[in-house]
Design a protein. Structure first.
Length: 655
C-alpha cells in the first residue's frame, strides 16, 4: 500500500498546527533525496539494514516473545524487558523507508510483525510481551524498570509512521487502544507515577497531533509533571537522576543522569511547549541546552561521558577513551534539537544536529549496514579493551574485528534505521514567509506556501565533501517569498551569488541567510561555504584533550587510525604540527569514498620514559623524533577495515 497523494502526511514530527512553532515541518513527501552522500546511506539502510534487522529480531527472540504473548507458541521470554521496542523501532524504519517506494518482501515481513502485535494485544488494549509472557506478575508492577510506557511510546511512533508514510492505520488502531488503556489507568485522579525511561511523552504529543485527541496531550503533560518527585530509587547507586526523577522538569538547570533518558525527556518537554506555550518549560530546556553545549558535548556530537550509568558527567568531564557517547543519545539529541530549532528559528540547534549526524550517529553503522557500534569512543588505545555495549557478557568484551552485528540491548541499531529512513524530514521547514534549508543534501523540495503559490526547488551539492551548494528555483508564483539557508558554524567566509551576481551583504538572521525576493523559475542561488580542513582546540578545562588538536573539515570530524600511519602501533607517541598546512585528497576506493586529510607531525621516542610511569619533573628529556605525515580519515568511517588503534584528539607538537 502506498501513501495517497490526496492524504499526504508529515514526517516523524508534525508542527503544522503547533501554535508555538516558529517554523512548520514539511510533509513527508515534500522532500526527496537525489543521488549523493545521504541517498547512498539511505539506500544501504533500505536494501540491507531493514532485512537484516528482521533477521536479528527473529534471532534475538523479539518476535517469539510476541508469539508467546499471543498464545501462538509456547516458550520462555528472551532478552531485556524492553525487547518489544526494537520491533516497534524497526517497523517505524520500514514505514519511513517504504513510503516512497514499496518493497513487497519487506512489507510482508513487517506485516508478520504487525499481525503478531495485533494478536498479542489484550482486549483491554494493553500490550507488552514481557508482562504477558508471565515474566512480570502484573502490568504496571514495576514502573521504574518495567519499560512498559517506553515500549508504548515506540509503538505509538511506529503507528504514526505507518499512518503518515503508508496511509495504513492498522498499527494506529492498536496504538490508540493502548493509549486509551494507559489513559484509563494513569492520571491526576487515577494512578500516579510514570515510567523509568522517558520516551512516551513525545510519542503521546505526536499521537495527539495526528489524531487531535486532547487526552493524549494531557496524558503527556501528566507524565512530565510526575517527574522530580524523588519516588524512583534509581539504578544501583546512580540516584534518582538515573531515571530523571531528581528534579521537576521546570526546575532543570543542567544535564544529569542517563543521557538517553535525559534527551528523550527533553524532546517530550519541548513537544509539550510547542503545543501549550508554557514558558517555564522552554526556560528549562534553554538552560539544559546551554549546559550541554557549553560543558558536556563531545566534538562528535556525542553525549554521555560516563560508561557508569550511561550518564552525563560533570562539566568538562569529557574523556576520549572511556567515554560512552551512546548512539541513541546522539539520535535523541538530534530529535530534541530539531524541536528547539522549530521553536526558536536559531541555527545553533541545526548546527548541533549536523555535528551529531555526521559524526557520532554516522559512526554507529558499519558501511555494510549490518554491524553497529553502541558506544562511540573518540580514542582506542589497544584493540583488546574496547567495551562495545552496555553489558555484553565478559567473553564478548574483547574486541572483534568489526562492529558487532547486534547487541543484547539492541536499542541503537533500529534507532539508526528509523533515523536514516526518515532523514528527509530534517532537511527543511516552511513558514508564512517561505522555505528554510537546514541540512544540505542533493534533494528536491516542493511546497504550497501559505500565500497560495506553489514552490519547487532543487539542491545540487557534493556536500559534505565540497562546500558548493546550488539551489535552483524550479517553480514559483509571482509573490515574493524568503529562501533561508543555514550557514554552518564552521563556515568562516561564505560567499553568495544569485544568477551569477555576487551578493555582498545578504540579510543574516540567527545563523541563516534570508533571501526575500520575487523569484523566477530558473533562478540560481550559489552558496560557497568554504570547506577547508582546520584544526580545532578544546576548552582547557577539558583535561582529557588539553594540549591536543582535532582535525575537522566541514561538518566531518577526522581521526587517525593506526593502520594508515607510517609507523604502526605508535598512536600514543604521535604529535601534530599546527603550523604546517593540512592537505586533502579524494580516495574513491577507500571506505566507500572519502576525503583523506594529511597533516605534518612526528612520532616521539620518549626513550627517557621507557620503564617509567612517573619521574621527577627535572629528569625526562625530550626523546628523538621522527617526522611523519599523519593520515586522517573521517571519524564516522573508523573501524571498517579492522578495528584497531584510533584517536580523534592529537597532542600538539611540543617542540
Ligand atoms: Zn542505544
Amino acid at each position: 500500500m502506498l501513501p495517497s497523494d490526496k492524504n499526504p502526511g508529515s514526517g516523524p514530527v508534525d508542527t503544522s498546527r503547533s501554535p508555538h512553532a516558529q517554523w512548520k515541518t514539511l510533509e513527508y513527501r515534500n522532500v526527496s533525496l537525489h543521488e549523493g552522500f545521504w541517498k547512498r546511506r539511505v539506500a544501504v539502510t533500505r536494501k540491507t539494514s531493514l532485512r537484516f534487522g528482521f533477521r536479528m529480531l527473529e534471532r534475538a527472540g523479539n518476535l517469539d516473545n510476541l508469539r508467546i504473548a499471543a498464545g501462538l507458541i509456547r516458550g520462555n521470554y528472551r532478552g531485556y524487558v524492553f525487547q518489544d521496542s526494537d520491533v516497534y523501532k524497526w517497523l517505524e524504519a520500514v514505514a519511513w523507508g517504504m513510503g516512497r517506494e514499496a518493497d513487497k518482501e519487506l512489507l510482508s515481513l513487517a506485516d508478520q510483525a504487525i499481525a503478531l502485535i495485533e494478536a498479542a494485544q489484550r482486549p483491554d488494549g494493553y500490550i507488552n510481551s514481557y508482562v504477558q509472557t508471565g515474566e512480570s506478575p502484573e502490568a504496571w508492577e514495576d514502573l521504574d524498570f518495567g519499560h512498559e510506557l517506553y515500549c508504548a511510546g515506540h509503538l505509538f511512533q511506529a503507528a504514526i509512521a505507518y499512518q503518515r508514510a503508508l496511509g495504513d492505520r492498522r498499527l494506529l488502531d492498536i496504538a490508540c487502544r493502548f493509549a486509551d488503556h494507559i489513559d484509563s489507568v494513569f492520571g491526576p485522579d487515577k494512578r500516579h507515577g510514570t515510567g523509568g525511561h522517558p520516551q512516551v511523552e513525545m510519542a503521546l504529543v505526536e499521537l495527539y497531533r495526528l489524531t487531535g485527541e486532547s487526552r493524549y496531550l494531557e496524558l503527556a503533560k501528566f507524565f512530565i509533571d510526575q517527574r522530580g518527585k524523588g519516588v524512583m530509587n534509581g539504578h544501583r547507586s546512580y540516584g534518582p537522576e538515573y531515571h530523571q526523577d531528581h528534579v521537576p522538569v521546570r526546575e532543570v538547570t543542567e544535564a544529569a543522569g542517563h543521557s538517553v533518558r535525559q534527551l528523550y525527556l527533553a524532546s517530550g518537554v519541548t513537544d509539550l511547549y510547542l503545543e501549550t506555550g508554557e514558558q517555564a518549560l522552554l526556560d528549562a530546556m534553554q538552560c539544559l541546552s546551554k549546559d550541554i553545549a557549553e560543558t558536556k558535548l563531545y566534538i562528535t556530537g556525542g553525549m554521555g561521558a560516563r560508561f557508569d550509568g550511561e550518564a552525563f558527567g560533570d562539566p568538562y568531564e569529557l574523556p576520549t577513551d572511556q567515554c560512552y557517547c551512546e548512539t541513541c543519545a546522539a539520535i535523541a539529541s538530534l530529535m530534541w534539537n530539531w524541536r528547539m530549532l522549530i521553536i526558536s528559528g536559531d541555527g545553533c540547534y541545526a548546527d548541533q544536529m549536523e555535528r551529531a549526524l555526521y559524526n557520532n550517529i554516522l559512526a554507529s553503522p558499519a558501511l555494510d549496514g549490518q554491524h553497529f557500534f553502541y558506544i562511540n569512543p573518540l580514542m582506542l588505545r589497544e584493540p583488546r579493551y574496547l567495551r562495545l555495549s552496555t553489558d555484553l557478557p565478559p567473553s564478548k568484551v574483547f574486541i572483534p574485528n568489526e562492529r558487532p552485528e547486534w547487541h543484547d540491548c539492541a536499542c541503537c541499531p533500529p534507532n539508526v534505521m528509523r533515523l536514516f529512513s526518515s532523514l528527509t524530514h530534517y532537511l527543511a521547514t516552511h513558514d508564512a514567509n517561505g522555505i528554510q534549508i537546514h541540512q544540505f543534501a542533493p534533494a528536491e523540495i516542493e511546497r504550497d506556501l501559505q500565500s497560495g503559490q506553489h514552490v519547487k526547488l532543487t539542491i545540487v551539492t557534493e556536500y559534505p565533501w565540497q562546500g558548493q551548494i546550488r539551489l535552483r528555483i524550479e517553480e514559483t508564483g509571482s509573490d515574493s517569498w524568503a529562501l533561508s539557508i543555514r550557514i554552518p558554524e564552521w563556515s568562516q567566509n561564505p560567499t553568495l551569488s544569485i544568477n551569477g551576481n555576487t551578493v555582498g551583504e545578504p540579510n543574516f538572521e540567527k545563523g541563516y541567510l534570508v533571501l526575500d525576493r520575487v523569484w523566477q523559475a530558473g533562478d540560481v542561488v550559489d552558496l560557497e561555504l568554504g570547506i577547508e580542513p582546520m584544526l580545532v582546540a578544546s576548552n582547557p578545562r577539558i583535561d582529557a584533550t588539553r594540549g591536543c588538536l582535532a582535525i575537522q573539515r566541514g561538518p566531518i570530524v577526522y581521526c587517525l587510525e593506526d593502520k594508515d600511519q607510517e609507523i604502526p602501533g605508535r598512536l600514543l607517541d604521535v604529535e601534530i604540527d599546527q603550523n604546517k598546512p593540512l592537505l586533502t585528497r579524494w580516495e574513491g576506493d577507500l571506505l566507500d569514498g572519502v576525503i583523506v586529510v594529511e597533516a605534518e607531525g612526528q612520532f616521539v621516542d620518549n626513550e627517557a620514559w621507557h620503564g617509567h610511569l612517573y619521574q621527577p619533573v627535572t629528569s625526562p628529556v625530550q626523546g628523538a623524533t621522527h617526522p611523519a605525515r599523519l593520515v586522517a580519515i573521517p571519524y564516522y568511517a573508523w573501524g571498517n577495515r579492522k578495528i584497531g588503534g584510533m584517536r580523534v584528539w592529537i597532542p600538539e607538537k611540543s617542540s
